[in-house]
Design a protein around this ligand. Structure first.
Ligand code: CTP
Length: 404
C-alpha cells in the first residue's frame, strides 16, 4: 500500500524507541522506503545497526560522518521525504522543534522538511501533562504538524496514565490513512455550529447548558480532513481547532450565532447545526450585577430565534441542511418532526436515556435519519468516529440525490 512512499523516521532518546524497529518492518513490508535519523541519545535505547538492517539504509546520527568527514545533507533528506515521522518525540525535542532550535541532525531535518510532518510524543505522564509540553504540542499543531496523540496506559516508570507512544500497528494505520485520505469534500463550503449558547442574566451570570462542543468540533475536523472548507461557529467552549482549513467564529448568544450563520449561509453548500442553541433568552438582562435579596427572583424569558427555521426560509436549491435532536422521550418521533419542520435533509438523533450518549462525554450513540426515510442506528462510539459516520451519511445522501 505504501509502495514508492519515502518516509523519514526521526528517533529521539526515549524508552519507546524500542518500538521503532517493529514499525520499520511494518512500513517496509507495505512497500515504503524508510530512512532513519536519530539523536545521539536515541542510540542508548536502540542500536543504529538494528535500524540500518531493518530499514536497508544507513542511519544518520550526525550532520557529518565523523570518520570520513562527509557531510550529511538534511536539505537533501527534506526533499527526498514524502513524510517525516518523529517517534518517539521526547519533551526535550518537542521544545526544540517548537522553538526552532537545531542542535542535532534530527532537528535540522525537521526544520528542513518540505513534506507533511507527524510527531508522536512519548514520555512520563507528569512531563506529558506539564503545560510547557502541552503548549509545545499546540505550537507544532499550529505549524500544521500532525500530532499522533500519546496513549494512556502503563508507562516505563511504573506509573499509569497518558504518555505511551502509539502502538506501531496504529501508527502504520495513521500513515496509510494519511496517504490515502479521502478528499470527497474538496471545493465544498460547510458551516458547522457547535457548543452551547449563553444568555445573559446580568454581567456575571447566564443561562446555558452542558454542551462541551466536542461533537461539532469533531465534525469540523473530520470535514476539513476530507478537503472541505469549514466555518465553525461556536458558542463558549474550551476546545481548540487544529486544521488550518477551519475558520472559527466565536459567539456567545443564540442571536449572535444566528447572525454569524446568516453572514456565511449564502456561499454555503452544507449547514450542520450541532450547537445546543438556547431556546429562551432573558428578556431584560440587568446592566449591573443583581444583588442578593431574601425575596424570590423571577426571570422573564423570551424565545430566541430558531436558527434552522430562519435559515430554512432562505435555503436555496442544492443546499443541504443537517440538524441534531437531543431527546429524552419519543426520540424517533420528535426527531422526524424536526426533520420535517426545519427543512432538513438529515437529522442526527441522540437520546439522553442512552448510556454513552449526550453532553459532556467523549462518546455518543446516534441514529441518523435522512429525508428519504433511511434510518441508520449507530453504536456507542468516540465522537470522532461518530463524526466520520455522519459525514459518510451526508455524502451518501448527496450522491443519491445526484442520481435522482
Ligand atoms: N436549533 C436552532 N435554533 C434554536 C434551537 C435549536 O437552530 N433556537 C437547532 C439545533 O441546533 C438542532 C435542532 O435545531 O440542530 C434541534 O434542536 P433541539 O434543541 O433538539 O430542538 P428544538 O427545536 O429546540 O425543540 P425542543 O427543545 O423542544 O426539543
Amino acid at each position: 500500500m505504501l509502495k514508492g512512499k519515502h518516509i523519514v523516521i526521526g528517533i529521539t532518546g526515549g524508552i519507546a524507541a524500542y518500538k521503532i524497529p517493529y514499525l520499520i518492518r511494518l512500513l517496509i513490508s507495505e512497500g515504503a522506503q524508510v530512512r532513519v535519523i536519530m539523536t545521539p541519545s536515541a542510540k542508548d535505547f536502540v542500536t543504529p545497526l538494528t535500524l540500518a538492517t531493518l530499514s536497508r539504509n544507513d542511519v544518520i546520527l550526525h550532520p557529518f560522518n565523523i570518520e570520513t568527514g562527509a557531510w550529511n545533507s538534511h536539505v537533501e533528506l527534506g526533499q527526498w521525504a514524502d513524510l517525516m515521522l518523529f517517534a518517539p518525540t521526547t519533551a526535550n525535542t518537542l521544545g526544540k522543534m517548537a522553538h526552532g532550535i537545531a542542535d542535532n541532525f534530527v532537528l535540522t531535518a525537521y526544520l528542513s522538511a518540505k513534506c507533511p510532518v507527524m510527531v508522536a510524543p512519548s514520555m512520563d505522564l507528569d512531563m506529558f501533562q506539564h503545560p510547557a509540553t502541552q503548549k509545545n504540542l499546540d505550537i507544532l499543531r499550529n505549524f500544521g504538524n500532525i500530532i499522533i496523540d500519546a496513549q494512556e496506559g502503563e508507562l516505563a516508570s511504573g506509573l499509569s496514565g497518558p504518555g505511551r507512544l502509539e502502538e506501531p500497528e496504529n501508527i502504520l494505520k495513521i500513515i496509510t490513512g494519511f496517504f490515502f485520505q479521502r478528499q470527497e469534500l474538496t471545493g465544498k463550503r460547510i458551516i458547522v455550529t457547535a457548543g452551547p449558547t449563553y444568555e445573559k442574566i446580568d454581567p456575571v451570570r447566564f443561562v446555558g447548558n452542558h454542551s462541551s462542543g466536542l461533537m461539532g468540533f469533531s465534525l469540523a475536523e473530520e470535514i476539513a480532513s476530507r478537503g472541505g472548507e469549514v466555518v465553525l461557529i461556536t458558542g463558549p467552549v474550551s476546545l481548540k481547532t487544529y486544521n488550518p482549513a477551519i475558520q472559527r467564529v466565536d459567539v456567545i448568544t443564540a442571536s449572535e450565532m444566528f447572525e454569524a450563520c446568516q453572514d456565511h449561509i449564502e456561499k454555503t453548500d452544507i449547514l450542520i447545526m450541532a450547537a445546543a442553541v438556547a431556546d429562551y433568552t432573558i428578556q431584560n438582562p440587568s446592566v449591573n450585577k443583581l444583588k442578593k435579596s431574601p425575596d424570590d427572583l423571577t426571570l422573564t424569558l423570551s424565545p430566541t430565534p430558531d436558527i434552522l427555521m430562519g435559515l430554512g426560509k432562505v435555503k436555496r436549491s442544492g443546499q443541504f441542511f443537517v440538524g441534531f435532536a437531543l431527546e429524552t422521550e419519543n426520540s424517533l418521533e420528535n426527531a422526524m418532526n424536526k426533520l420535517q419542520n426545519k427543512s432538513l435533509d438529515l437529522i442526527v438523533m441522540n437520546s439522553l436515556k442512552d448510556p454513552g450518549a449526550g453532553f459532556g462525554i467523549t462518546t455518543n450513540k446516534v441514529t441518523i435519519i435522512s429525508a428519504s426515510g433511511q434510518i441508520i442506528k449507530g453504536k456507542v462510539k468516540p465522537k470522532k468516529e461518530v463524526a466520520s459516520d455522519i459525514v459518510d451519511s451526508i455524502l451518501g445522501s448527496l450522491n443519491s440525490n445526484k442520481t435522482l
